[in-house]
Design a binder for this molecule. Structure first.
Ligand code: PMP
Length: 284
């Protein structure tokens, strides 16, 4: 694989980042994952806007412009012959001469920029037809989950707790209400109404979430943005998740309890189809 590191396209084995990089030492970095369908980028603008917001919130500079980022994404797709999968992008506050909690002067220490591709079957992922199972866990993350930082230890632990319990993923719960999945937004469907937590600093503002809610409204489906409990989710007609790399994926089991008929719901599957169709059309 050819990856991008600070201005260069290099074979992955030759890619290097300093041991003093603050991304490595302090998780002082932000990231984005943009999916690729038919060799084209899905909702690049949405991801670029969220990246700019994450950077602003952390007072971090981007080493390149958004136009340059788009070019780098496209060049990586080309160099790696990527038709379907994702592009991972990470910006960190660079590598100062010493480890220090205070931010370095951006004029002296440039941010680091890394991008790489991951080939993956997205549109025909098996989980879309079988559905996934989730467990619930406490949400023990920090309070600025709206910023897409590379601080992913707790979500990784959540994924392992799910695996140990024989489930696919975990939904995190705070004050009795579901926040989101370890790497996705969470939804239930009740009486035809799609319910998902409202935006705040408590969850990541999913790019797929925004698109799916817009498409749902365009298809005359009812949407309610509010929190829900695990008990309410277990009693719901359907449940599902969204993210850039899973699109819309049905959830059929929550903490061992079957949701609805225990198979992918009609609305989740319809939304998945609409989302994939539109993404293919609009990808750049
Ligand atoms: N929530 C969390 C915690 C995530 O990590 C992700 C995926 N990065 C999402 C939601 C979904 O966001 P998106 O649709 O932009 O991929």
């Amino acid at each position: 694989r050819t990856v991008y590191v600070n201005g260069d396209y290099v074979p992955e084995a030759e890619a290097k980042i300093s041991v003093f990089d603050r991304g490595f030492l302090m998780a002082d970095g932000v990231y984005e994952v943009t999916s690729v369908l038919d060799g084209k980028l899905v909702d690049f603008d949405g991801h670029a806007k969220r990246l700019e917001r994450s950077l602003t919130e952390l007072d971090m500079a981007s080493p390149v412009t958004i136009d340059e980022l788009l070019e780098i994404h496209r060049e990586l797709v080309r160099l790696n012959d990527l038709t379907e999968g994702g592009i991972y992008l990470q910006i960190t506050r660079g590598a100062p001469v010493d480890r220090d909690f205070a931010f370095p002067d951006p004029a002296e220490v440039p941010s680091s920029l890394v991008l790489f591709t991951q080939s993956k079957n997205l549109a025909n992922a098996p989980a879309a037809t079988t559905g996934i199972s989730v467990i619930s866990i406490d949400d023990l993350r920090w309070a600025r989950r709206d910023i897409k930082t590379v601080q992913l230890l707790y979500p990784s632990m959540g994924k392992m707790m799910a695996k140990k319990a024989g489930a696919d993923d975990a939904w995190m719960v705070e004050d009795g209400v579901v926040t989101e999945g370890t790497s996705n937004n969470a939804y239930i469907v009740k009486g035809g109404k799609i319910i998902t937590r409202q935006l705040s600093n408590d969850i990541l503002h999913g790019i797929t979430r925004a698109a799916v809610l817009r498409l749902a409204k365009e298809a005359q489906m009812e949407v309610e943005e509010r929190g829900f409990t695990i008990a309410e989710a277990q009693e719901a007609d359907e449940a599902f998740i969204t993210s850039a790399t899973t699109f819309v994926q049905p959830v059929v089991k929550i903490d061992g309890e079957t949701v609805g008929e225990g198979k992918p719901g009609r609305i989740a599957l319809r939304l998945r189809e609409i989302y994939i169709d539109e993404s293919r059309k609009k990808a750049i």
